[in-house]
Every structure is written in structure tokens, then in C-alpha cells.
Write a protein that binds this ligand. Structure first.
Ligand code: PEP
Ligand code: MG
Length: 577
């Protein structure tokens, strides 16, 4: 029976395919006594061989896809499976206590992981995550609960999950994921943002999805409508296929002019930039007509691994991205971890309110070595390409000053080490905390530019979690309150002659663009696929009329009123063409 489920639109496009239900439950062993200890040890040894074969095959694929260096994680995994002491302890426990292999594996691995976690050395500390991973693999094999991890998918599927973390998304085998649908999530959760950057159709916040779909079912993700269709009939499949074809034609038409700069009807040339996270998204940014990068999310370099990237690796990665961007200007954001971007190998630990916790610039200022390693890599890349850097989650002037001092220290370290670097690199901040928005005119004196991060600015201003659809009605970029705050930030920066970009998702929202132009924003930065349409809208607008629209919008009483106003405006603009 065909069933349609309504969720939240996060990434457009239509995907039709087989479902893969991803339920990465952590296996938990139960203590059991066994009669035949020899047979139990043989069972363990068999699981060991299966695990080794699995790791070997993942490793050869990883070498081909991500290179030797990143694939080395799996060498460490394989080494644990050869470690005589570890293996001896497991078989020893089975023998001595007459217990099942699962429990012996779990207890031994937990004690090893605890020893690693307590180590001072950051590298050794991170080995704890590796050994846990190996332990879980063994447990799954022993318990017959094998899951195909998202990195190991070998045929094209639509991923169905309760939720996906940004690490899950980063680890996905992108060639095999046609689309995804989740029970939880919101429009600006990082998983949704990554789906847009990767151009994967996705729908989130679908409720009790896992009760409705089984692995192997045919499903359709209709990203533009926020729909998941389970078990579609032939008519629905062919209707979706023809809509997919029309979508493609519309996109192709928009892309014809995407490489040209957008100029308003009254002659104002306007730069549209892209939000990216790696070389692949840099290539698609160029392809979609980006004039530069308004947000390079460096955290994705830290996500898909178990140890911190060193200075050289970061430098190489930033240079590779700048090359892929053909030398276009890049605003690179320093590490923005915490919130929903958790790195298991950092010492952030459990927090009651991770979005209000030890994250982004707060964490970096408390870890000068980690921060300065990244700053040195950015400064060195700046010697070759046009980079500016910005700090995320700034709340106070003091944080800006402390971060800038660390930039100066990093320059000094490079100078004394004989490295080339950009001594005059532009330094900006993200405005994504209401305190910073309210202090915009004070902060503007201290920096070269602002970039408004509406994804967080909205969640903090409205006190609503950006990933929780139950309070999604509050998460509304076109709220007059939000518009007023943005207007105030732009005015604060312009008073001191500083430019203001926007890199939150709002920048690519077709309804918001005329308003932002009317508020005199200087740069819009968005996911690459949104660029052609944004340029098209800019080409339809007159700045003086957009200014009137913005002034009216901030006086409205609700987002609905603002939306009606924008719709009327665009209708008039299009009617007069
Ligand atoms: C933002 O908060 O608007 C932003 C661009 O940063 P992120 O989505 O990574 O939090
Ligand atoms: Mg943010």
C-alpha cells in the first residue's frame, strides 16, 4: 500500500530507489555462562577473522577514495585485532570465568578504552575511540547484528534513519546515497546543510518513519515538497520521474547565466559566494557560478577521523580548496565544533546544553595549541591565495581581542620558523549570537568584516533549537524581529565602513533575498546549488524599490505579513518585466 509522509523540506530534488534502514544501535553484551569453553573460544576466533576481512576491504576502498593518510585509521583497527595481549585477555576471561565471548570482548575492550581515555597524550587518548569501534564490530559479528555502515554501502540506496549526525553524513559513500529521510532534524541542522551542499535530496522530521519503512522497500524522496512516499504505485513513480525531468530543465535554464555576475535592474553589481567544506564542494561552487567562498566550514576536515589534523595537512587542504576555487577569494572560518558537531576525540564531554556550551571560539581560546595550529595553516595558505579568516560564535569584544592576539602569536611563530604567510590577512567575525548583533557597532571597530550566521542567530534570538521541528514554527527567518536585528548589524558595520556578508541559510532563501538587498547587505553566501536562482532574483530587483520593501517589512507584525509583502513585490517586479 502506497503511503505518503510529510516532513520538512531541507534539500530539493527527487530520488527514487530502494530504502536502506540505518539503525546504528550500540550492541550491548549480556553475561552468560557457557558449558563448552573451547567452542566459545573458537567462536571468538572466527569473529576475529571476519572482522579482519571486513577491515581489510574497507581499508582498500578508503585508500582509493580518501587516500593513504586518512585510510591509516583502519591500519590502527587491524593492529588491535593482532594484539596478542588484548586477544590473550579476551580468551583468558572466556577460559577462566567460563563466560560468553560477547561479554569477555565487551569488558576487555571497555577497560582498554578507559586506559586510553585517561592518557595525557592527545593522540593516545583518541585511540580509545578506535578500540571501541573495533570492539563494536566484534560484538556485532558475534551477535549476528551486522549493519552495513554508511561508508560501506555498495549499491545505490535511500538512507532512512532516526537521525543522522554530521559525522554519519561525512562518512556516507556519496556515490551510493541517492537521498535520505530522517525521523528527526530541522532545516538548518548540520546534516541538512551538508545534504544541500552535496546536492542530495533529503527530507527530515518525518515522525515515526522507522515503523513504516523496511530495508528494500521502494521509496521516493521528494525534497522540494518535503515528502517521503513509501511503496509508490507505477503512476506515482512515472509522475515523479517526469517532474524530475522538468526540475532538471529549470535548473539547466537558470545555470545558463550562472557564470555571469548578478547586476540589479538599476545597475548594482553584486557578488554571490558559496558555502563549502571541501574540494568537491569547491568544484561545484565554481560550477554553479560562485564568485568566491563566503564560508569555508573547516570543521568537516576534523569530523571524519579520530585524531586532529596537523598544520601541514590543514595547509595542504586549504591550498587544494583555493586551487579548486581558481584563486577566487575565500572566507575561511576557524574551527566551529560543539553543538551538534561533536568530535569524539576532543575533551568536550557531555554537556547539558551543548548549543550553549563549550564550543567554537570558546573552545579554541581555551586550547591555544589546537587553535594556533589552524591559524598557522590558514596564514600560510594566505601567502599563496586570497584568504580572509573569521571566528565563529563571538559574543564579546574581549573574545575578538583574545582571538586576534593568537593570530599575532601564530604570525610570530611562522616568522621565526621562516615560513611565508599573509601578514595582512583580513580578520572578521560571525554574528550569530544576539549579544554580538546588539554590539555590532562596537565590534565593527575591531574587525575587517562581519558575516551574519542566521542559522544560529535565529535559534538564539527565538530561543528555539534549530534541529527541533516541534518548535520549528518559531524558527522563521522572515520574522520582523530577525529582520530588525539584521538591519541593526548591517548599519553598525557600515557606520565604521566595514562590509557585511551573510552565510546562514537565509542568504539563499528566495523570499529573503530582495529584503537583504534592500537592507544593503554586501555579500550573500549560500550552498552552491542555490546560486543560479539567487542571481536570477538579484537581476529582477531595483535597489531603491528593495529598500522601500525592507523598510516596510521591519514594521510588519508577523512573518506571514512579510511573506505576503515579498510575494506582492516579486509579482509586481515580474509583471513589469
Ligand atoms: C550559522 O550559524 O548561520 C552558520 C553559518 O554556521 P553553522 O550553520 O555552521 O552553525
Ligand atoms: Mg553557526
Amino acid at each position: 500500500m502506497m503511503k505518503s509522509l510529510q516532513g520538512v523540506v531541507v534539500s530539493p530534488g527527487i530520488a527514487i530507489g530502494r530504502a536502506y534502514v540505518y539503525q546504528p544501535e550500540v550492541p550491548v553484551a549480556v553475561l552468560l555462562k557457557v558449558d563448552d569453553v573451547e567452542q566459545e573460544i573458537a567462536r571468538f576466533r572466527h569473529a576475529l577473522e571476519v572482522a579482519k576481512a571486513q577491515i581489510e576491504s574497507i581499508q582498500s576502498r578508503a585508500i582509493a577514495e580518501v587516500g593513504e593518510e586518512t585510510a591509516a585509521i583502519f591500519t590502527a583497527h587491524a593492529m588491535f585485532l593482532e594484539d596478542p595481549e588484548l586477544l590473550g585477555q579476551i580468551t583468558g576471561r572466556i577460559e577462566a570465568d567460563g563466560i560468553n565471548a560477547e561479554f569477555a570482548v565487551q569488558e576487555t575492550i571497555d577497560s582498554y578504552a578507559a586506559i586510553f581515555a585517561a592518557m595525557e597524550d592527545e593522540y593516545m587518548c583518541a585511540r580509545g575511540a578506535d578500540i571501541k569501534d573495533v570492539g563494536q564490530r566484534l560484538l556485532r559479528i558475534l551477535m549476528g547484528k551486522e549493519e552495513v555502515p554508511l561508508s560501506e554501502l555498495s549499491s545505490p540506496v535511500i538512507v532512512i534513519a532516526h537521525d543522522l549526525t554530521p559525522s554519519d553524513t561525512a562518512r556516507m559513500n556519496k556515490d551510493m546515497v541517492l537521498g535520505f529521510a530522517t525521523e528527526k532534524g530541522g532545516k538548518t541542522s548540520h546534516t541538512a546543510i551538508m545534504a544541500r551542499i552535496l546536492g542530495i535530496p533529503a527530507v527530515v522530521a518525518l515522525g515515526q518513519l522507522l515503523d513504516e519503512v523496511r530495508t528494500g522497500d521502494t521509496v521516493i524522496v521528494d525534497g522540494g515538497e518535503g515528502l517521503l512516499v513509501v511503496g509508490p504505485d507505477d503512476e506515482t513513480i512515472s509522475e515523479c520521474q517526469s517532474r524530475r525531468g522538468e526540475d532538471q530543465k529549470r535548473q539547466d535554464a537558470l545555470r545558463k547565466d550562472a557564470q555571469l555576475q548578478a547586476v540589479t535592474v538599476d545597475g548594482h553589481a553584486f557578488d554571490v559566494a558559496a558555502n563549502i567544506g571541501d574540494v568537491e564542494s569547491a568544484c561545484s561552487a565554481v560550477d554553479f557560478g560562485a564568485e568566491g567562498v563566503g564560508l569555508l566550514r573547516t570543521e568537516f576536515l576534523y569530523l571524519n577521523r579520530t585524531t586532529l589534523p596537523d598544520e601541514e595537512e590543514q595547509y595542504q587542504a586549504y591550498v587544494a580548496i583555493a586551487e579548486a576555487m581558481g584563486g577566487r577569494p575565500i572566507v575561511i572560518r576557524t574551527l566551529d565544533v560543539g553543538g551538534d558537531k561533536q568530535l569524539p576525540y576532543l575533551d568536550i564531554g557531555e554537556e547539558q546544553n551543548p548549543f550553549l556550551g563549550w564550543r567554537a571560539i570558546r573552545y579554541c581560546l581555551d586550547h591555544p595549541e589546537l587553535f594556533k595550529t589552524q591559524l598557522r595553516a590558514i596564514l600560510r595558505a594566505g601567502a599563496l591565495y586570497n584568504f580572509r579568516m573569521m571566528f565563529p560564535m563571538i559574543a564579546t569584544l574581549d573574545e575578538v581581542r583574545r582571538a586576534k592576539r593568537m593570530v599575532e602569536e601564530a604570525k610570530e611563530e611562522l616568522r621565526s620558523g621562516g615560513y611565508s604567510y599573509d601578514p595582512d590577512i583580513g580578520v572578521g567575525i560571525m554574528i550569530e549570537i544576539p549579544a554580538a548583533a546588539l554590539a555590532a557597532d562596537v565590534l565593527a571597530r575591531e574587525v575587517d568584516f562581519f558575516s551574519i550566521g542566521t542559522n544560529d542567530l535565529i535559534q538564539y534570538t527565538m530561543a528555539c533549537d534549530r534541529g527541533n521541528e516541534r518548535v520549528g514554527y518559531l524558527y522563521e527567518p522572515l520574522q520582523p524581529t530577525i529582520l530588525r536585528l539584521i538591519q541593526q548589524v548591517i548599519a553598525g558595520a557600515h557606520r565604521h565602513g566595514k562590509y557585511v556578508g551573510m552565510c546562514g541559510e537565509m542568504a539563499g532563501d528566495p523570499e529573503a533575498i530582495p529584503l537583504l538587498l534592500g537592507m544593503s547587505i554586501d555579500l550573500l553566501s549560500m550552498n552552491p546549488a542555490a546560486i543560479p536562482q539567487a542571481k536570477q532574483i538579484i537581476r529582477e530587483v531595483r535597489i531603491d524599490e528593495a529598500q522601500k520593501l525592507a523598510n516596510e517589512a521591519v514594521r510588519c507584525c508577523s512573518a506571514e505579513e512579510v511573506k505576503a509583502l515579498v510575494a506582492e513585490f516579486m509579482l509586481a517586479v515580474r509583471g513589469s518585466e
